[in-house]
Write a protein that binds this ligand. Structure first.
Ligand code: PLP
Length: 410
């Protein structure tokens, strides 16, 4: 089946009892049981079913199943946000004294999280995920996971997932990939050797910016060594579901950062058009990037352009399109602000993955908590504008950018 057919028909949605074509919003905190015996079984993982929405819910389960199929995994856990998904996925396998190796060009919130984890004795070592020798040299006997993004935001570097997976495998470490910016439409990291994939579903999956959420999908193939991951002891028996079983029976239910049923419904609705939206937004981004590159005084960073250092790996790994985010540098912060204020179609928003084109000045906003070195490593410059391209008509976008750029001095 092709991408769209599988997305639409690969899992059961709707309601067989009433014939509803969409999975209803089970807006209920709890679920009654036919007997005390059944209730006991449920709590001992001896029966399937629902008891309490913080742990599971039919609308959320329908969304999780769709994400599992989309990302080619064995199981998914839906969370309250992308950050909750990352936190849950990491803390399910790392603890005090452990180390994480990650990329320097991560989403700002994730970098902040790594700093927060220091207070719990978890150390993060930053490396350039495109300098694999350097990265491998940083692995120690305390390393427990390698974390990277498919397409770094806003650096727009493309991670060579198969190469990184090779290193992870050599050292018996799980590779965790944040696939938010690329989405499964462009690449399925689990197919390329990653072990766990995270999506902030607030972005392209939801598609309309109607709710915050995130999801963890496990490939189910990592062999958890009990000396390194002692917490897996009680869950090894679940075989390929060990990671998910540990999460659901422990941290995930106890931290309580679950998805709301209404959000799962929005996501189920929005993700049906993921393929169409990505196709259009990526094509728009390619055209806009190529066009802006012809304007003197403007430099463009987009993985689809030959001028991008990551064009080669992007062509190899991504399914013929290059994402819907580009950045431009315009000479000065003043000019960046002037262009942003002069644009009439794009909205100034700290978000990506909407149907509408969104712009942001990362240096003064998203990187507000970053040190100067972190900004350099993440390729955040004060004359840079990030553009999350939407599904508008490309000629309108080109005209709007032309006018805004012409009306500001270079
Ligand atoms: C937005 C984003 C996140 C965080 O997701 P939230 O849903 O906002 O918590 C994580 N990673 C990437 C790449 C993102 O773009």
């Amino acid at each position: 089946m092709g991408f769209n057919t599988e997305l639409l028909h690969g899992t059961k949605t709707g309601d067989p009892v009433t014939g509803a074509t969409l999975t209803p919003v089970y807006q209920s905190s709890a679920f009654f049981q036919p007997s005390a015996e059944q209730h006991e079984k449920l709590f001992h993982n001896k029966a399937a079913g629902y008891s309490y929405t913080r742990i599971n819910n039919p609308t959320i389960a329908a969304f999780e199943e769709r994400m599992t199929v989309l990302e080619k995994g064995v199981a998914s856990v839906a969370c309250a946000s992308g950050m909750a998904a990352i936190t849950n996925a990491l803390l399910n396998i790392v603890g005090s004294g452990d180390e994480i190796i990650t990329s320097t060009s991560l989403y700002g919130g994730t970098i902040d999280l790594y700093h927060d984890l220091e207070a719990f004795g978890i150390t993060t070592i930053f490396a350039d995920t495109n300098d694999l020798e350097d990265l491998e040299s940083k692995i120690t006997d305390k390393t427990r996971v390698i974390f990277a993004e498919t397409i770094g935001n806003p650096k727009l570097d493309v991670t060579d997932i198969p190469a990184l997976a090779g290193i992870a495998k050599r050292h018996n470490l799980p590779l965790m990939i944040d696939n938010t910016v690329a989405t499964a439409f462009l690449v399925r990291p689990l197919e390329l050797g990653a072990d766990i994939v995270i999506n902030s579903t607030s972005k392209y999956i939801n598609g309309n910016s109607s709710a915050i959420s995130g999801v963890i999908t496990d490939a189910g193939r990592f062999k958890w060594d009990l000396e390194r991951y002692p917490g897996m002891k009680d869950y090894k028996k679940f075989a390929k579901f060990a990671f998910t079983a540990k999460l659901r029976n422990g941290l995930f239910r106890n931290m309580g950062a679950c998805m709301a049923p209404q959000t799962a419904y929005y996501n189920l609705l929005g993700m049906e058009t993921l393929g169409l939206r990505m196709e259009r937004a990526c094509d728009n981004a390619m055209q806009l990037a190529a066009y802006l590159e012809t304007i003197p005084g403007i430099s463009v960073n987009y993985p689809g352009l030959a001028s991008s250092p990551w064009n080669g790996v992007a062509k190899q790994l991504l399914d013929g399109r290059f994402g819907a985010i580009l950045t431009i540098r315009v000479g000065s912060k003043e000019r960046a602000f002037a262009i942003m204020n002069a644009l009439t179609i794009p909205q100034i928003v700290s978000n990506i993955g909407d149907t509408k084109t969104l712009i942001v000045h990362p240096e003064s906003t998203l990187a507000a908590h970053s040190t100067e070195q972190e900004k350099i490593d993440a390729a955040v410059f004060d004359d840079m504008i990030r553009i999350s391209v939407g599904i508008e008509d490309i000629e309108d976008l080109k005209q709007d950018f032309t006018a805004a750029i012409q009306n500001t001095v270079g």
